[in-house]
Design a protein around this ligand. Structure first.
Ligand SMILES: Cc1cc2nc3c(=O)[nH]c(=O)nc-3n(C[C@H](O)[C@H](O)[C@H](O)COP(=O)(O)OP(=O)(O)OC[C@H]3O[C@@H](n4cnc5c(N)ncnc54)[C@H](O)[C@@H]3O)c2cc1C
Ligand code: FES
Length: 365
C-alpha cells in the first residue's frame, strides 16, 4: 500500500499566461474579444426584461462559466456600473426550467432607487452586469412539517424561487406550506397566476394575498398580526412548525416577535436597512489602513457615519447580510443595530452597515 509520504506531490497546472499576467489584465484582453468573458469575474448578459407587476420587472440573465450557482432562496450581489459609478445591491435569483443556463431576478421599483430604477426603466437585452457569490439561509421552506412563508413586497422573491423548485421535486415529510403575501395594492403583486397554479400542482400549498392600501379590494387586510400566526398554527404543535419571513426590516422584526411569542422558530431576512439609532456624543475612530483618526456620532450605523466623514468602505446590501462591508475591529464597544446586542470583544468581521459605535473604536479599514 502506498503510504502518505510516498505519494507523488500534486502539481497544479495552470495555463502559463495566468502566472505571467495579473487577472485584471487578462480580463481586459478577454473582454475586448467578448465583453462577457472573464477569467476572474462573473459577468452576466441580460437576455430579457419583462414586467412582473406594475412596479417590478423580471430580468433574465445568462452568466459566464465562472458562476458557481445558487440554492433557491439565496441572494447574490449584483454589480452595475452606471455613469462610471459601480453600484452593488442584493437580489434573490430563481432558476428557469426552460433555460437552465440562465437565472432570473425580479426587481421591484424603489422610488428614487438607483439600481431598481435602472432595471425597471433602462435595462435591455444585451446589457452586461456582474454577479457576486450567492449566500443566505432563506432556503429551508421545507424543513418543518408545517411552514408559514410571510412575504411583503419584493420579499416574495426567495419564496417563489423555492416554490418553483419544490413544484419540480416535492419533498416528503411536509404536510402544509402556507404563504401570506402582503402588497400595497393588487397591481403591485407579482407571480399571482403562478401562485394560483402552484396550489394545484404542489401538495399542501396554499396562499393568500393581503392588500394593505386599498380598503375596497376583496383581499383588503391589515398588517401582519398575532391573529395571522395563531390562526395558521391552530392546534398544531409549535415544534412541528416554522415561520420564514422576508420583506422590510419592520415586517421581519414583527414576524420574529410574533413567532417567538408562540414558541415557533422564525427565520427572517430584511430587504431594507435597520432603523437608525439616535445620534449620540461624538467618538474617536482610528483607521489602521489609512492611519486616519476621525470623529463620528455614537449610536449610528458605522457605514454611513464613515461615508459622511469622507471614508468609502466597500458595501453591498447595507443591511447586514452580504458581509461586503465587514472589517476587523481590534478595539472598541459596538452595538448590533439589528439585535440591540452590545459587544466589547474584538471582532474579525464587524459589519459596518449594522453596527454602531458605543465607545472609541479601532477599525482595520
Ligand atoms: C438579501 C436581500 C435580497 C434582496 N432581494 C431583492 C429582490 O429579489 N428583489 C428586489 O426588488 N429587491 C431585493 N432586495 C432589495 C435590493 O437589494 C435593493 O435594496 C433595492 O432594489 C433598492 O435598491 P436601489 O438601488 O433601487 O435603491 P437605492 O439607490 O439604494 O435607494 C434606496 C432608498 O434610499 C433612498 N436614497 C438613496 N440615496 C439616498 C441619499 N443619498 N439620501 C437619501 N435617500 C437616499 C432612495 O430614494 C430609496 O428610497 C434585496 C435586499 C436584500 C438585503
Ligand atoms: S454591506 Fe452587506 S453586510 Fe454590510
Amino acid at each position: 500500500m502506498m503510504g502518505r509520504s510516498m505519494r507523488k506531490p500534486v502539481t497544479v497546472t495552470r495555463p502559463f499566461w495566468q502566472g505571467v499576467f495579473p487577472p485584471d489584465t487578462l480580463d481586459y484582453w478577454a473582454g475586448l474579444i467578448n465583453p462577457a468573458w472573464s477569467l476572474s469575474r462573473v459577468r452576466a448578459r441580460v437576455q430579457s426584461v419583462t414586467p412582473a407587476s406594475r412596479d417590478a420587472v423580471t430580468v433574465v440573465l445568462k452568466p459566464n462559466r465562472r458562476f458557481a450557482g445558487f440554492v433557491a432562496g439565496q441572494h447574490l450581489a449584483v454589480h452595475v456600473t452606471l455613469d462610471g459609478v459601480r453600484h452593488t445591491r442584493s437580489y434573490s435569483p430563481s432558476r428557469l426550467p426552460d433555460a437552465p443556463e440562465c437565472l432570473a431576478i425580479t426587481v421591484q421599483r424603489v422610488p428614487g432607487g438607483r439600481l431598481s430604477g435602472y432595471f425597471c426603466d433602462q435595462a435591455a437585452a444585451g446589457d452586461l452586469i456582474e454577479l457576486g457569490d450567492a449566500f443566505g439561509d432563506m432556503t429551508t421552506a421545507t424543513h418543518a412539517r408545517h411552514t408559514l412563508l410571510l412575504a411583503a413586497g419584493s420579499g416574495i422573491t426567495p419564496f417563489i424561487a423555492q416554490l418553483r423548485e419544490l413544484a419540480l421535486s416535492p419533498r416528503s415529510g411536509q404536510e402544509s406550506l402556507t404563504l401570506l403575501y402582503w402588497v400595497r395594492d393588487r397591481a403591485s403583486a407579482c407571480f399571482t397566476d403562478e401562485l394560483d397554479a402552484l396550489t394545484r400542482s404542489l401538495p399542501g400549498f396554499r396562499w393568500q394575498l393581503r392588500v394593505t392600501g386599498d380598503p375596497a379590494d376583496s383581499a383588503a387586510a391589515s398588517r401582519l398580526s398575532a391573529a395571522d400566526l395563531a390562526n395558521w398554527l391552530g392546534g398544531r404543535h409549535a415544534a412541528s412548525a416554522a415561520v420564514l419571513a422576508c420583506g422590510p426590516a419592520g415586517f421581519v422584526s414583527a414576524a420574529h416577535g410574533l413567532s417567538s411569542a408562540l414558541g415557533v422558530t422564525c427565520l427572517g431576512e430584511a430587504f431594507s436597512p435597520p432603523a437608525q439609532g439616535e445620534a449620540g456624543e461624538p467618538v474617536r475612530v482610528r483607521l489602521l489602513r489609512s492611519g486616519r483618526e476621525l470623529s463620528i456620532p455614537a449610536g449610528q450605523a458605522l457605514l454611513p457615519a464613515l461615508e459622511a466623514a469622507g471614508v468609502k468602505p466597500a458595501f453591498g446590501c447595507r443591511m447586514g447580510v452580504c458581509n461586503t462591508c465587514a472589517c476587523a475591529m481590534p478595539e472598541g464597544v459596538v452595538e448590533n443595530l439589528l439585535t440591540g446586542e452590545v459587544s466589547q470583544e474584538p471582532s474579525s468581521a464587524l459589519k459596518l452597515c449594522v453596527s454602531a459605535a458605543r465607545s472609541a473604536l479601532v477599525l482595520d479599514c
